[in-house]
Structures are given as C-alpha cells and as structure tokens.
Design a protein around this ligand. Structure first.
Ligand SMILES: [Zn+2]
Length: 102
C-alpha cells in the first residue's frame, strides 16, 4: 500500500489485489448512505521502526439526538479522550479498552 499526502488529501494506493479488496472494505465503512458522516482519526501511538502498525478509529461525526448522550472515554496510557454514541462498542486505545471519563 502506497500512501501519498497532498495537503488535506490522503491517498491510499493499493499495490495488489488483496490491498485493493481491503481498501474497498475501508471505503465501504466510511461511505454511508445515511446523513451521518464519519471521520478517521489516529489511535494510540505510532513510532516508525518500533510500532508495527498505525491504528485509526472510525468515528461518527454527528451523533444523532435519538441515540442519546454520547459517552466519553479516556485512555489511561496516553490520555486520549473520545466521544462515542451510547450504543457503540467501547473504544480501544494503546491496546486496552478505554475507561469511561465521566
Ligand atoms: Zn491511548
């Protein structure tokens, strides 16, 4: 997989059929027919050379009012705070389940 960054645009360029299929899965997760947008944000820590993978969390940007108050979770290792919809699974950060912040 080749990654090209041009300003705010990040291009993921698959280099074989398996990568093309995996990229399609990611694409399908991010593209949605309902009005909610999703965003992808970095999760945990990535250190080139010592971390074997870079992790990203796919977040709903708008949490619809019918689903209730979003829950805030914090990571005890790196201090990252995320808000997720009440019905969403508990997010993972730094390899551990995040703790409720409120
Ligand atoms: Zn963390």
């Amino acid at each position: 997989m080749k990654i090209e960054i041009e300003g705010q645009i990040v291009k993921l360029i698959p280099e074989n059929l398996q990568e093309a299929q995996e990229l399609n899965k990611l694409w399908q997760l991010l593209v949605t027919c309902v009005q909610e947008d999703k965003r992808i944000r970095p999760l945990g820590i990535y250190v080139p050379g010592s971390t074997e993978e870079a992790k990203f969390l796919i977040e709903e940007v708008k949490v619809s009012s019918v689903s209730g108050i979003p829950k805030r979770y914090g990571c005890i290792k790196c201090g990252t705070i995320v808000e997720v919809a009440p019905n969403d699974p508990t997010p993972i950060c730094c390899g551990e389940v995040m703790k409720l912040a409120d």
